[in-house]
Design a protein around this ligand. Structure first.
Ligand code: PGA
Length: 254
């Protein structure tokens, strides 16, 4: 069975004290993770180690970086390398979140380099893709997302796809309160799996967890996660409230 994953994206929020409080509150909530389920927390760089320490020993709970550099090391002031993340025991990284594509001009080609360097360092990427509203309105979202996948992923081997998570996040649904319907999510997730199957075969396509992101909350998680090709969610706003995120974890398919 594919892993079912509740991933939190704290973005650029919270002080250290607030981040630690949220992590501690989460531990106290009534949430269950079965053997095929994971909770992954993408937190700001300065909080990676403190939050990892709080979650130490919790089975199925991981801490992720929200980004890494496309470069190996050297004179890149302000950047954080995949090797640095590995050296502090981080196992997951978000790659290509739409906010980074927009504000930091990350191209599909640069994201391909980030994926390479993350995988070289044995860090599992959570690769984010998704279309803006104009593309959805023109009904060309399947081609748009397929191109994102082809240009950033298709140089990877089938073996490298074993360590891969994809998050489909329609940009018009992020932070807007406007979720994709469960049918729209399922349709795109099936499209992504078809694209993966054409390149890597059915076994690989069936093994990659594909998360939905965009205004997921406790109230809609069961419906969205219940779709056949939706393997959990990448959650922004609602992940900042412990009880909400606990309910989202408990909404994962068994
Ligand atoms: P949201 O953000 O849940 O606040 O819409 C999702 C994301 O950007 O990962």
């Amino acid at each position: 069975m594919r892993k079912q994953i509740a991933a939190a994206n704290w973005k650029m929020n919270l002080s250290l004290a607030e981040a630690e409080q949220l992590a501690n509150e989460l531990l106290k909530t009534d949430h269950q993770l079965s053997a095929d389920q994971l909770a992954i927390f993408a937190v700001p760089f300065p909080y990676l180690l403190p939050v990892k320490t709080i979650f130490a020993g919790k089975t199925g709970v991981y801490v992720a970086a929200q980004n890494c550099s496309a470069k190996k090391n050297g004179a890149y002031t302000g950047e954080v390398s995949a090797a640095m993340l590995k050296s502090i025991g981080i196992e997951y990284v978000l790659v290509g979140h739409s906010e980074r594509r927009e504000y930091n001009h990350e191209s599909n080609a640069e994201l391909a380099e980030k994926l390479n360097i993350a995988l070289e360092n044995n860090i599992k990427p959570i690769f984010c893709c998704g279309e803006p509203l104009a593309i959805r309105d023109a009904a060309t979202q399947n081609d748009y997302v397929s191109t994102q996948l082809k240009e950033s992923l298709f140089h990877l081997s089938a073996a490298q796809m074993n360590n891969f998570i994809i998050a489909y996040e329609p940009i018009w649904a992020i932070g807007t309160g406007r979720t994709a319907s469960s049918e729209q999510a399922q349709e795109m997730h099936a499209n992504i799996r078809r694209v993966l199957e054409e390149q890597y075969g059915a076994a690989v396509a069936d093994s990659v967890s594909i998360l939905y992101g965009g205004s997921v909350k406790a109230a809609n998680a069961v419906e969205i996660f219940g779709q056949a090709d939706v393997d959990g969610g990448l959650v922004g706003g609602a992940s900042l409230v412990a009880t909400e995120f606990a309910a989202i974890i408990n909404s994962l398919k068994q």
